[in-house]
Design a protein around this ligand. Structure first.
Ligand code: FES
Length: 107
């Protein structure tokens, strides 16, 4: 663990452990986070709790930089954490990146 300006940098596994466009639920520092590897190879991480009724966003369908909640299909932006209109709300986002085949989250 390393403290940085973005938070504590924590190793959450190897790049190969993350399927493309498939969410993975992880728990770090008591927070439940949904981590996604996009088709462009970038990683995104958001709070794993839909602002509507708490649906597990890690099990949603990924499309581009968005995920659709598996319960009632709200569309959440993986970069901003904002819910797309006409619905409203937002989830917490986390910085996540890969470095030499290892994925790190800042929390
Ligand atoms: S709980 Fe996510 S859309 Fe309803």
């Amino acid at each position: 663990m390393n403290k940085t300006k973005d938070g504590t940098k924590i190793n959450i596994g190897n790049v190969q452990e993350f399927g493309e466009k498939v969410g993975k639920e992880i728990t770090v520092n008591g927070e439940t986070v949904a981590v996604f590897k996009l088709s462009n190879g970038k990683f995104k991480a958001i709070e794993n709790r839909c602002p509507h009724k708490g649906g597990p966003l890690s099990r949603g369908i990924v499309s581009g930089e968005h995920v659709f909640c598996p319960l009632h299909d709200w569309k959440v932006c993986l970069s901003s954490g904002n819910v797309e209109e006409p619905d409203e709300g937002c989830v917490k986002t986390y910085k996540v990146e890969s470095e030499d085949d290892v994925v790190y989250i800042y929390i």
